[in-house]
Design a protein around this ligand. Sequence first.
Ligand code: ZN
Ligand code: ZN
Length: 362
Amino acid sequence: MSSAGGARTAQLRELLDDHGLDALIVSAPTNIRYITGFTGSNGTVLIRPDSVQLITDRRYTKWAADEIEAHAPNVDVVIASGNGLKELERLLESAGSIGLEAGHISWTDAESFQSEFGRERVVATTGAIEALREFKTEHEIAQLRAAAEVGDNALTLLIDELRPGLTEVDVARRLAQHMFDIAGAVPSFEIIVASGPNSAKPHHEPTDRVIQAGDLLIIDSGATVNGYRSDMTRSFVFGPPTSQQQEMLDVVLVAQQAGVDAVRPGVGTSEIDSTCRTSITDAGYGEYFTHGTGHGVGLDIHEAPSVSSSSTATLAPGHIVTVEPGVYIPDVGGVRWEDTVAVTTVGAEPLTRSPKQPLITL
Ligand code: ZN
Ligand code: ZN
């Protein structure tokens, strides 16, 4: 689990300095979890130069105390009534500029902070905690590795059961059940099972469509371990592939491998995208690769850095990214291969490791 411990206090103090703040009010649940380990639904974190406080309500007195003790013993718990605004007012009496997370706070809440503290004291910040979260510690990478392993093992069990006659929903349910049976884990996002022509839609949601011989099938899934998520896509074909299906499977596989091979510190994430895109374009399928190549993964399934033609990030140790090129041909079907990889000091460690063997024999 994310362990704030003593180690993050200095980082958080530096973050206040960098943003010119006397205090930062954190409202995004995953940011709160990252800093404190707290998983309850109602919490606010107040970061000041010499303290980190979690403000929550009475329902969470014991829950918060337990999670803080386990993950971030240097954080103080403040039990407040209502939305905690009164407590914040008291705690922030002497603070000059107070940062809010602009991307995670409602208009209504931002306005009430402004009227409480005075418009000139309240500052909008963007991506402050996310910038810390982007670089994973060894402890976090261990959680991500564990999540990937649950995803791999669940998929292995599922592959033995894949056959025509199952619906997409059947497949998604079975995969989720395997994750639960293996590790008490829940999927890291709504599992994508896209069969036949549905596989031409990159973000298809499972339906009652019955899988048939000759179908392509995309399964995009992952598991959650201690809040950390894995993400992997495997493609399948039911019975001997047509030459077009075989070509699609091969073209995307070559591109994906080239993308993974390109992952190392110092490489721009846009280069990973162009590596995959060039490979697919040279094979004649460029117009069918209709999305970015990947994204960061951690406590959220999509987080920084993005891996696309427009991203400006440069890979560094601690980054976790997916490499997931695909081709999607309307009315025919689609193929996507995706792995989650950790950037190390010398290259990349694949976290998801399921084999890429698409053929399901009938
Ligand atoms: Zn995915
Ligand atoms: Zn993904």
